[in-house]
Design a protein around this ligand. Structure first.
Ligand code: FRU
Length: 499
């Protein structure tokens, strides 16, 4: 049964998304069908396609009562919009259908778990929030909320854990059979934690363990957890709120981190070894992963930052976009990420340059564009260079720069001149491995974003830009002299986002 609220959202999105042209959206990054999106939800493989749901407020460009939008893709570049999947239409989720996940059951049905939010005004004037976990079953198009909702609530929480901050369930098949689920929480020491639950059938869940908690070391509430094996490690991925900057590794505000370690399934203890930021750029939050049938672990995130949401252009018809999906791997103690290899199937015109000396600012024939995948490799000469800078989305007034400083081994992404006219953070830096001035930078440009991958994905930096599309220049310059090689492909979809 489709509720009145869900039908209203479906009618609205169908009618008004028709007014957004393909050119007003990114070429190969997913945006909401209409209105606002934040976190990716239910990122999963189901019946031969990748399903992506998303936090969705169709009626405005601001966050509002959360629905779930829905899209599918066979190749991660073409996305087909499906009708909105969930609306906040029950007593237990009146305050919103918050983030969650999806998986396929053995009988072929798709199971969705999300956080149902309720809010009350108490007699003393205070405001109370209750967050519970709820289930819905579907066929890839329509979803029915279960009569037994919520399936996890305050009675399932260990002592000292909060029911006001109990959200974002991520389910996954358990290696021992049945399913595991990690859920974010905030403990009575006011800081973040992740709780692990288990179910034999996906419907009845029980608390297993506190997988990890930060005792006020890494931010406050830990949102949007995910938990998966990668190489010989177990990775717990979280999005902490109210983080304090830590060197160049973590920035203030909403941050993201990999907690890398080993999980002992006998004792249910997660032994954390190291922590690593997920993305070092300006716009990246609430990542979620899925496993493809071929074993690849793919991650997608909201390419936005809660503190920079006010930067939307006045003529915008949608707000919020997803990163391009990334393949994760584990090497030498780090989680690496690179754009999914499917992108190679959409490579158009190719331009190659080998070992050209670069000093003062140069442009190169054939090297321009706003929808490209470009890899630049630098080789130092005997007299080392100090700095190297690439300007992309460059025009008479605008550019976004990616610069590498050999002395400090830092990579800097700056969109100060990208055309965003709000006074929030526009630059960020991170360390890259010192390889004596050698560096490989892969840059994925779409109409409204830039994603940079250093040294085969050891670091990634993402940022939204709203530079006029006529600014499609690219230039290179070095302080000192360096040899540069380059390979650039135009991305050609041969067809655009389907309605
Ligand atoms: C993260 C988040 C989640 C929550 C959702 C609400 O960005 O705050 O914790 O479920 O957004 O839209």
């Amino acid at each position: 049964m489709i509720s009145e609220k869900l039908q209203k959202a479906r009618d609205y999105e169908e009618k008004y998304s028709a007014f957004i042209t393909d050119e007003e959206r990114p070429l190969f990054h997913l945006t909401p069908r209409i209105g606002w999106t934040n976190d990716p939800n239910g990122f999963s493989y189901y019946k031969g396609e990748c399903h992506l749901f998303y936090q969705y407020h169709p009626y405005s460009l601001q966050w509002g009562p959360m629905h779930w939008g829905h899209a599918v893709s066979k190749d991660f570049l073409h996305w087909k919009y499906l009708p909105a999947a969930l609306a906040p239409d029950e007593d237990y989720d009146k305050g919103g259908c918050f983030s969650g996940s999806a998986l396929e059951l053995p009988d072929g049905r798709q199971l969705v778990m999300y956080t149902g939010v309720r809010q009350f005004l108490c007699p003393d004037g205070s405001h109370q929030v209750i967050q519970n976990q709820c289930l819905a079953l579907g066929d890839g198009l329509n979803y029915e909320k279960l009569p037994g909702n919520p399936v996890l609530d305050v009675k399932d929480l260990p002592k000292g854990f909060s029911v006001a901050d109990f959200r974002d369930p991520k389910m996954m098949p358990s290696p021992e059979g049945g399913y595991d689920c990690v859920i974010g929480n905030r403990t009575d020491d006011t800081s973040g934690a992740v709780l692990l639950f288990h179910s034999e059938d996906g419907f009845t869940w029980r608390f297993v363990t506190i997988l990890d908690r930060c005792h006020n070391e890494y931010g406050k509430m830990w949102e949007c957890p995910d938990f998966f094996a990668l190489g010989d490690r177990d990775i717990l991925m979280v999005s902490p709120q109210d983080m304090s900057a830590l060197g160049m590794e973590f920035h203030n505000g909403n941050s993201t981190m990999f907690l890398i370690g080993h999980y002992d399934r006998g004792t249910h203890k997660f032994l954390r070894e190291t922590v690593q930021a997920v993305d070092y750029g300006l716009d990246f939050y609430a990542p979620q992963t899925m496993e493809l049938p071929d074993g690849r672990r793919i991650m997608i995130a909201w390419m936005q930052n809660w503190d920079t949401c006010g930067g939307q252009p006045s003529e915008a018809k949608w707000f919020g976009q997803m990163t391009f999906p990334r393949e994760l791997s584990f090497r030498e103690g780090r989680v690496l990420q690179l754009p999914v290899r499917e992108i190679q199937g959409f490579y158009g015109h190719k331009v190659v340059y080998s070992n050209i000396p670069v000093r003062e600012e140069v442009t190169l024939r054939g090297v321009y564009g706003r929808t490209i995948d470009m890899t630049v490799t630098l080789k130092p000469l005997s007299n080392p260079y100090k700095q190297f800078r690439i300007k992309v989305a460059s025009g008479s007034q605008h550019y976004t720069s990616i610069s590498y400083c050999t002395e400090s081994s830092t990579l800097r992404l700056s969109r100060s001149h990208s055309g965003l006219n709000r006074d929030f953070v526009h630059e960020r830096e991170c360390f890259v491995r010192d390889r004596g001035g050698e560096i490989k930078l892969r840059i994925l440009l779409d109409r409204f974003s830039v994603e940079v991958f250093a040294n085969d994905g050891e670091q990634a930096m993402s940022a939204v830009i709203y530079t006029p599309l006529t600014a499609d220049g690219i230039s290179f310059e070095a302080q000192g002299k360096v040899l540069m090689s380059l390979e650039k492909y135009e991305i050609c979809l041969g067809g655009t986002l389907e309605e």
